[in-house]
Design a protein around this ligand. Structure first.
Ligand SMILES: *Cc1c(COP(=O)(O)O)cnc(C)c1O
Length: 428
């Protein structure tokens, strides 16, 4: 395995952290609630702050840094491709985009890909596909699940099944309605003559790691076939080997009778796809792959040779280093260990949900240790884990998520568990 480049020594410039925060206060739109940590560099699954503190990064840049930080492989791919061609627009053909499209198609099923720059944009592509598909019959509506997350563009907000993200941005883009997740009968009841597609995440991420059931996936497929609807899947967070298979439905349906033949009609991707270099994509199954014909959809940056070369390298390394297997092994270890903690600390951890390296643990609603603050329990625990040197990601008010690099080592997983155990032991 190619070594990550060595971390540079931590910068110890006096008050560098407050100077950087000041730059943000004065110049950056305050749309994010940021943690009080200023990071300067990383290596593998570790990152360092400007004050020299090391953190074990179990957030992975929110399921993005699939090969960890400062991956030597990614650095090489960036350098090599940037010497040739960084960007040229989609007015021309370039080899990396064609090869990446083929690599994604090979991992899913016959079809075609479109390249964008983010998850929200990839989902926008799915919405446009659904509208073009339904348009000849006057259909346009996309059903999505409550507690889903599909991005922050206006249509993404309309698709996202959580009111809190939409507040103050009305009027909401029309054409979306929400249905309870994992409830097939509700999906069937919700159909209207205008419905063109159903969009779900294979594993709901932002709302606390909730996998779709095999019955739900197979049932939705059948329903969509019967009613001539597109079945769309948002694989932005749960895709790209995070569950131990390329797409989450492949993992969820492993060994399930009838599961082999399952296929959604289109899938959005982003996050881990570029290992940290921004790139999004969507794949469309063969029969629908030419619906978005010339002139119907475009983006200036989508699928640049640089982004595609990096994404190809990420896939190559995942295969070369057996990372799908690693995800299963290390993911199972983390899940077992968290389940152990839920048994030894039932007053803190009430549930553990995991599929590969997409892991969430749920906190007791009324933790005495958190009573003094009106901050969500998830946020309070994430802050305490920070103090102990561990980066994790809150999901909703009660769940803490682990979305580490796919090459996380078992020793690092053990270290994460030790930190979590020591922090939660001090809570009661
Ligand atoms: C992160 C995420 C998105 C949005 O991706 P961006 O790159 O932030 O636009 C969409 N869907 C899911 C499931 C996500 O986790």
């Amino acid at each position: 395995m190619m070594k990550p480049s060595e971390p540079t020594p931590p910068a110890m410039v006096h008050n560098q952290a407050s100077a950087i925060k000041e730059l943000f206060t004065k110049n950056v739109i305050p749309s994010y609630g940021r943690f009080d940590i200023v990071l300067s560099h990383g290596s593998g699954s570790s990152v360092w702050s400007v004050t020299g503190q090391r953190y074990l990064d179990m957030g992975g840049g929110i399921a993005v840094c699939s090969l960890g930080h400062a991956s030597g492989d990614i650095t090489e791919a960036l350098i090599e491709q940037s010497r040739k061609l960084v960007h040229i627009s989609n007015l021309y053909y370039t080899e990396p985009q064609g090869r990446l499209a083929r690599a994604l198609v090979e991992r899913i099923a016959p079809g075609k890909c479109f390249f964008a720059n983010s998850g929200a944009e990839a989902n926008e592509g799915l919405f446009k596909l659904a509208r073009r598909f339904g348009n000849p019959e006057g259909r346009f509506e996309v059903l999505t699940a409550f507690n889903s997350f599909h991005g922050r563009t206006l249509a993404g907000l309309a698709a996202t099944g959580q009111d809190k993200f939409r507040k103050g941005f009305e009027p909401i883009t029309p054409g979306f309605r929400h249905i309870p997740f994992n409830d097939l009968a509700a999906a069937e009841r919700a159909l209207s003559p205008a419905t063109a597609a159903i969009l779900i995440e294979g594993v709901q991420g932002e709302s606390g790691i909730l996998p779709a059931t095999p019955e739900y996936l197979l049932g939705l497929r059948k329903l969509c076939n019967e009613k001539n609807l597109l079945l769309l899947m948002d694989g932005v967070q749960c895709g790209h080997y995070r569950t131990g298979r390329f797409q989450s439905f492949q993992r969820i349906l492993e060994g399930v009778p009838g599961g082999e033949g399952f296929l959604p009609d289109a899938i959005s991707m982003a996050k881990s796809l570029g290992g940290g270099f921004p790139i999004g994509a969507f794949w469309v199954w063969e029969p629908y792959a030419d619906i978005l014909g010339p002139g119907t959809h475009a983006t200036t940056f989508g699928g640049t040779p640089l982004a595609c070369a990096v994404a190809l390298k990420v896939l190559e390394v995942i295969e070369r280093d057996g990372l799908a297997e690693n995800v299963r092994k290390v993911g199972a270890f983390l899940e077992e260990e968290l389940l152990r903690l839920s048994r030894t600390h039932p007053g803190v951890i009430t549930a553990v949900r995991a599929l590969g390296l997409m892991i969430g643990f749920e906190l007791q609603p009324n933790l005495a240790a958190f009573a003094g603050s009106n901050q969500a329990a998830s946020l309070q625990l994430v802050n305490r884990l920070h103090e102990a040197g561990l980066l994790t990601i809150p999901a909703g008010t009660q769940v803490v998520r682990l979305l580490p690099p796919l090459n996380l080592r078992i020793e690092e997983a053990r270290e994460a568990i030790q930190i979590i155990e020591s922090v939660i032991s001090r809570l009661i």
